[in-house]
Design a protein around this ligand. Structure first.
Ligand SMILES: [Zn+2]
Length: 268
């Protein structure tokens, strides 16, 4: 496809191939969310979260399409006016003729998606989903795998921290000192801890969790590592821009620079 022929609908088709929508969670709001399918795309920006700052960046950089991991219009919306933050954001995008697509949990769980990438980057072997999809949909959510040789706590945490680019990790280390069998699920996915325990993982990795999950790890003698929600997913958004560049010939695809972690560590 040449750049002058690249339409929003062509980009959507490629995104649906990369992250099939039936694999998204039932509560999610994924796919083509805003825009006209017959508009041309020559510049495309990916981001983790489409904030007003990121929207301003997209407008300033003259993109015609944003692929945001976290969906806009996530809650049922009865009006889009400048009275709300989301309304203003959407109106700005509409007026700038920018289309929006969100793959979200379909991208988390895709064959080449965030969780698979995290598992492969860690060097896990025999990688399988933590939780199978309902009957009729191949694949599954989350991932688990084993190291050929155990890693020490230090080795594992340094490796994980480097892969996601996190500035710090939160750790509840209540299981074996060495890491052999790892379960993981990006984002806010502590509900997969039960699946990881069931699968006899010694260590479970996710973006964020409640105190209760750490306490559960204490009583179940399991290791829990929290990378931060942002860091568990942001590297994949940069990677998505590269993958789209390869698939969308002639389209300038790049990741947002303004898409930043809203949380920081305040060292006392
Ligand atoms: Zn997320």
């Amino acid at each position: 496809m040449t750049s002058e022929k690249m339409l929003v609908e062509n980009v959507c088709r490629v995104l649906r191939q990369l992250a099939p929508l039936p694999t998204a969670e039932s509560w999610d709001n994924v796919g083509f969310l805003l825009g006209r399918p017959d508009r041309t795309v020559s510049r495309l920006m990916t981001c983790l979260t489409l904030t007003p700052t990121v929207a301003r960046e997209a407008i300033a950089k003259n993109v015609q399409m944003i692929v945001t991991h976290h969906p806009v219009l996530f809650r049922a919306t009865k009006s889009i006016t400048s009275d709300t933050i989301e309304g203003r954001l959407l109106l700005d995008l509409i007026e700038a003729r920018i289309a929006v697509y969100s793959p979200h949990t379909a991208f988390d769980n895709a064959e080449w998606g965030i969780n698979q990438w995290l598992a492969e980057s860690l060097g896990l072997q025999t990688i399988v989903p933590l939780r199978s999809f309902p009957l009729g949909i191949p694949g599954g959510a989350g991932r688990m795998g084993q190291f050929a040789e155990s890693l020490s706590k230090q080795q594992f945490l340094e490796k994980l921290g480097t892969i996601v680019g996190a500035e710090y990790l939160e750790v509840a280390w209540h299981g074996s000192e060495d890491v052999r069998r790892v379960g993981l699920a990006c984002g806010s996915a502590a509900d997969y801890l039960a699946d990881a325990l069931q699968a006899e993982c010694d260590t479970f990795v996710t973006g964020e969790a409640r105190f209760h999950s750490a306490v559960e790890c204490q009583s179940r003698e399991c290791n829990l590592v929290l990378t931060g929600h942002f860091w568990s997913e942001r590297p994949a958004v940069v990677r998505l821009a590269h993958v789209l560049s390869e698939r969308l010939f002639g389209v300038d695809c790049f990741a947002s620079d303004e898409d930043r972690n809203p949380l920081e560590l305040f060292q006392i």
